[in-house]
Write a protein that binds this ligand. Structure first.
Ligand SMILES: *[C@@H]1O[C@H](CO)[C@@H](O)[C@H](O)[C@H]1NC(C)=O
Ligand SMILES: *[C@@H]1O[C@H](CO)[C@@H](O)[C@H](O)[C@H]1NC(C)=O
Ligand SMILES: *[C@@H]1O[C@H](CO)[C@@H](O)[C@H](O)[C@H]1NC(C)=O
Ligand SMILES: *[C@@H]1O[C@H](CO)[C@@H](O)[C@H](O)[C@H]1NC(C)=O
Ligand SMILES: *[C@@H]1O[C@H](CO)[C@@H](O)[C@H](O)[C@H]1NC(C)=O
Ligand SMILES: *[C@@H]1O[C@H](CO)[C@@H](O)[C@H](O)[C@H]1NC(C)=O
Length: 380
């Protein structure tokens, strides 16, 4: 057979395989391993667990992702909404894992009772490789080894076209699990800041796509950052493919913070109600219930400004997350190892503190603050 024809057939079979759930035949801890998911193949009125085989690492180590699939009634396969919830694409960002687990645990009776209208695909740990390495990035072993930020390489690249491991891994999730949008029509990607920084509950949202503003407002965040997104991120890949999505940032990395986890859960349940996925689908009088959002504590901002050290030293921060600051206000002091002040960091803008460095060890160029604000026409 002619090589290009063979390639074409392989490509075609890869494309067609999205149309059905592909089981490898392996079962791990009672849950089947799949390489492709079609939500129609899963049982209705049930929460099914799978392992998704995303890629194979050097040493014959497969990367398996745990997958929740909550499927509602048969009728809702066509008419109900299809939500994606993903967490911890950065391996040190853990609050979202607990939030997602609790959402599925609480949906248990509703789904089994035949009252669930739609589908949710949940990935509690989108990057187990990062969890294993106890850090943000994805390790791949080619050459001397690389660390890749997976949240910059979506929707990935086709392995049949020679994609490197991190790109092929993202591609497997995008096409195999999410069906290149066919399994999903609204999405939330759960994050926290990186190790060494902290923040409130906040989100990134690109208001240019319909429903994104509503999605972000339902989250009742402390800071709502309106922006055009980050190429290659899960959120922006959804939005580029016309699927409303936000990135939700939840508190502090490497922790399970009950208050923020609860607020995230509350948001997901407001979202499920807003999408008519959970009952009641109508009030007693037949009208559709409307979810009221409380934005009285939400600071909306279109811009953010970062404050960096220019010297290496030890940083003492003087203001906290959600404090309001003014241009020129001293925000932090940097000391050398003798305790002499070597730098004072000031706010470049009037705004609200969004992220704070919690790790006092500051290498030159380290980000100490992110301040959310609205740029005016005068430029600040
Ligand atoms: C949903 O549809 C499937 C496939 O047609 C069928 O096997 C199943 O019994 C149906 N479930 C319910 C609750 O009707
Ligand atoms: C299911 O959700 C769809 C989409 O939001 C909605 O049109 C439909 O009325 C809902 N059905 C029920 C029974 O709530
Ligand atoms: C709900 O979850 C509990 C605990 O995991 C389990 O024992 C129970 O069978 C589940 N109920 C349904 C209806 O699936
Ligand atoms: C997703 O599907 C679209 C439309 O068929 C196609 O153009 C695009 O290349 C696909 N994306 C990926 C990453 O396969
Ligand atoms: C910033 O701009 C947005 C969008 O115009 C607006 O909704 C918001 O209220 C503004 N925020 C502040 C703090 O002025
Ligand atoms: C502020 O944000 C807006 C909207 O994203 C952008 O167009 C503008 O360039 C930003 N201004 C500054 C000074 O960063």
């Amino acid at each position: 057979m002619d090589f290009s024809l063979l390639t074409a057939l392989l490509l075609l079979s890869a494309r067609l395989s999205w149309a059905q759930t592909v089981f490898t035949g392996d079962v791990i801890g009672g849950y089947p391993v799949i390489t492709s998911l079609n939500i129609a193949d899963a049982p209705s009125n049930a929460i099914t667990r799978y392992w998704f085989l995303a890629a194979e690492a050097q040493g014959g180590i497969p990367y398996y992702l745990p997958v929740f699939l909550a499927r509602g009634t048969n009728r809702s396969l066509e008419s109900g909404r299809k939500l994606s919830l993903s967490a911890s694409v950065h391996g040190d960002e853990l609050n979202g894992i607990a939030a997602l687990q609790r959402v599925f645990s609480q949906l248990n009776e509703t789904v089994a009772g035949g009252e669930f209208n739609g589908t949710i695909i949940g990935l509690p740990t989108t990057n187990p490789n990062g969890n294993q390495h106890n850090q943000r990035n994805f390790y791949s072993s080619s050459s001397n080894g690389f660390l890749t930020n997976l949240n910059r390489v979506f929707p990935g690249k086709d392995p049949l076209e020679g994609a490197a491991m991190p790109d092929a891994y993202a591609y497997a999730i995008w096409n195999g699990l999410w069906g290149n949008t066919s399994n999903v029509d609204v999405a939330v990607d759960l994050h926290t800041p990186s190790t060494g920084e902290t923040g409130p509950l906040w989100c990134y949202a690109d208001f240019r796509l319909p429903y994104v503003q509503r999605l972000a407002e339902l989250a009742q965040v402390d800071i709502l950052k309106i922006d055009p997104g980050e190429p290659g991120s899960i959120e922006t890949t959804w939005v580029d493919n016309s699927i409303p999505a936000i990135t939700l940032e939840i508190g502090t990395p490497k922790r399970w913070q009950q208050d923020y986890i609860q607020r995230t859960e509350d948001f997901i349940f407001r979202l499920l109600t807003d999408l008519h996925m959970t009952p009641p689908s109508s009030n007693g009088d037949g009208t559709v219930p409307v979810v009221e959002v409380d934005l009285s504590n939400t600071y909306k901002a279109t811009n953010s400004s970062s404050v960096y050290t220019t010297r290496t030293g030890w940083v003492e921060t003087l203001v906290d997350v959600l404090d309001d600051v003014t241009e020129g206000q001293v925000l932090a002091t940097v000391y050398n190892s003798w305790g002499d002040v070597i730098e004072s960091l000031t706010s470049p803008v009037n705004g609200r503190v969004n992220q704070v460095k919690t790790d006092p060890a500051a290498e030159q160029g380290a980000r100490v603050y992110v301040i959310a604000y609205n740029a005016t026409t005068e430029g600040s």
